[in-house]
Design a protein around this ligand. Sequence first.
Ligand code: NAI
Length: 491
Amino acid sequence: MGTLVPSDRQEAKMAQTQTITVAMGDGIGPEVMEATLAIFRAAKVPLRYDVVPMGRKVAEGGEPSGIAAEARDSVERTGILFKGPMETPKGTGYKSVNVTARKLWGAFANKRVYRKLRGVPIPVQIRGELNLTMVRENIEDTYGAVEHMQTHDVAQCRRFITRPGSQQVHRYTFEMAQRKGAKRVTCAHKANIMKMTDGLFLETFYEVAKDYPQITADDVMVDALAMRLVLDPASYDVIVLPNLQGDILTDLAAGLVGGLAYAPSANIGDGICIFEAVHGTAPDIVGQNLANPTALLLSGTMMLRHLGLERHATVIEDALEKTLDRMHTRPDLGQPIPIFRTSRFTELMLSHLQDSPAITGAPSAPLVAKRQDPKMMVTPTPDRIVLLGVDVFLESGLAPRAIAELLEPLGREGLRLTMISNRGTQVWPTGSPHTDCVNHYRARFESEQPLDQRALIALLERVADVFPICSSEWLREIGGMRGYSLAQGQG
Ligand code: NAI
């Protein structure tokens, strides 16, 4: 699609005008994006907009990623995507275009900033000044959506937490915290339960923290954080979280400052960055002049700062505070809150910007390095990696003892059936009659001596003669550390 050239003549004259890629989005996307670009033009933001097709229409038109080839080219050329919300069908249909975009362009850190905006009613009293930034890991965790029906009754989603991916997001978080002048960075996790995955996220956090001795690094269980964010959010400075926990807790924090309509976000990558509001397409209010552009506008000011247009961002945010103050009636005045109107919001913004002084300055976007192949992110691997067994996941409606009787004779060459679990809880050799079972068992075969993987493949063939195998996992010791968890009740 075409390039929207700024209408203002003076602006068109500006020598250094950078182009960014814009996707209008689905649902209320076009309404909030048009309002935001009108405000940018009024603030004389020196940018050009390459508007590209992305979202539902593209996905339904036969491109399942929802990202047209020209959109992909544009983003890889400009390095910046400013996007409206995009629809994702629930349960079936094409995958989330939003998640695809973040993964496709390696936007590994999702940064969200929470401030209390003047005039915006909030549900809880906040003690002190809220200046909270949350960084959510954006690529890994269960968001790979690597899912399989293991049996008719059992669905599985694989959760990936990687050392290089965690290092990348922690490094970004500490660098950003340093620039922000933050005194404290907190890592949220559930490493008491998920000792391998969240344990790795936490371990890498403290490793990276050593390079930033002037910043206090601490950690918190994610469930405790949920409560503390409600009771005393201003006590936190910067928080970094894994993807799914981050998804939930960042929305909780959005509620604290007035709701999704006030929650901006930036998806940061090494080369390409994506700026978007946190909210979705709001299908219930499309075309009714009710969509609030604030979150997209604030995502836009995050983008302007990223491009070095600090003063343009500040002028827009000052106008925004004045606008919101006039649009919302503060609850302490005891008056009803008037209905939000997109058109009124835009009018007020434009009138406030009319009086603002002309700002000079050109954007300074980082260049996007051309890539032929993906970057390999590999850390030094320990010399000694030893194969010690296999977890075989199999389908059966038999009771645990009957399964053990069929499996025990299959262990050979030092391989021994050591444990059977169901839904993660050990049910053999010991277990409780109160543990209800489903038709999906894990049978663990272990050896005291290092194994060749062919011995395990031969074992799988023997098991396959008796049970349908759903999947399997090698048991490895990596650098002297057991590389697999024990079942609940084992060991
Ligand atoms: P939603 O955020 O679209 O709507 C939730 C509620 O908030 C609705 O009542 C809506 O009217 C209201 N709302 C949201 N943004 C608003 C705004 N700017 N002004 C005024 N009210 C606003 O969440 P929902 O309904 O769960 O999702 C709808 C669609 O959006 C789904 O297809 C979902 O996958 C997609 N989505 C896209 C996102 C993105 O593009 N990054 C993020 C979240 C959801």
